[in-house]
Design a protein around this ligand. Structure first.
Ligand SMILES: [Zn+2]
Length: 141
């Protein structure tokens, strides 16, 4: 076990414990790998920004807007993870079923990004996906 001072690509520094042997330079290469990326906070923030790309500006207090954007970024991340699984976990499923699943996921993401009320997102924080699934269905009619 050893402590390494990691200088991340984002400019932040982190002290991390790296476990295991270093006989073949395992810890050193882990440290180098960590130095080749942004820190966890910046990585999380970049992921959040990516999930919120094209999102409508939210109305509400600063606190509400920040919370609601966190909620929708996380929900969109979950849906994207589900989308990624359609091809890997349901290989044998019929193509039209996969297309329908993909279209449903994408329309939910679109509906979430179009939301302009922070309060609506916060009110539906426990059923965001089903709420925006219903919104998307209504919009399609
Ligand atoms: Zn950073």
């Amino acid at each position: 076990m050893a402590q390494y001072n990691i200088h991340h690509t984002c400019g932040h520094e982190e002290t991390v414990q790296i476990y295991g042997t270093n006989v073949h330079g395992e810890r050193t290469s882990k440290a180098e790998w960590l130095e080749s990326k942004p820190c966890r906070d910046c990585e999380r923030k970049a992921m959040r920004d990516e999930n919120l790309a094209g999102a409508a500006e939210l109305e509400g207090s600063e606190k509400q807007v920040s919370w609601a954007n966190d909620l929708r970024a996380k929900a969109i991340g979950d849906i994207k993870a589900k989308l990624a699984k359609i091809d890997t976990q349901y290989i044998a499923a019929p193509q039209d079923w996969k297309d329908a699943q993909r279209a449903a996921c994408e329309s939910i993401i679109t509906a979430m990004l179009a939301e302009a009320s922070a309060k609506t997102i916060i009110d539906h924080r426990l059923d965001l996906v089903s709420h925006y699934g219903a919104v998307a269905q209504q919009a399609a009619q």
